[in-house]
Design a protein around this ligand. Sequence first.
Ligand code: 5GP
Ligand code: ZN
Length: 143
Amino acid sequence: MTEEQCIFCKIVKGEIPSMKVYEDKYAIAFLDINPVNPGHTLIVPKNHYTTLTDLPVTLAQHLTMVSWKIMQAVKQEIKPVGFNVINNNGKRAGQLVPHYHIHVIPRFEGDEKRFGMLWVTKKLEEEQMKNLQKGINENISKL
Ligand code: 5GP
Ligand code: ZN
């Protein structure tokens, strides 16, 4: 998908309407058109990036700060009992709109049927865990 066709680029440019709750030089936040719960908000960088690993780290930090503000404001407004802050990275991970965004999803008692985020865990062999630890740790030291 090109940036011209990207729905969130169009929202950023004001070419299609959105219920905006925040805007600054680098980001906007607006209500999700299909919310899990009232107050479900998306935080979106103004420039087009597909996933978190495509973003410069300073922009990722900025978007985290915006998410924090949105959570504070939503908390005051509707007093949820909790939040999920989620970003789906890649189709396989459930990303439908290929313009990076953070979901701030307020949670209420009894909403688990609608939320539906389930995962099933499995134990790995000790050796595989150790190899993963070593590999990831070495990669981090090179960043
Ligand atoms: P994803 O699965 O990519 O993480 O989530 C995409 C989200 O964008 C969905 O929750 C969907 O409801 C929301 N969305 C898709 N199109 C629009 C739109 O045109 N306007 C708004 N406000 N939200 C949208
Ligand atoms: Zn885009």
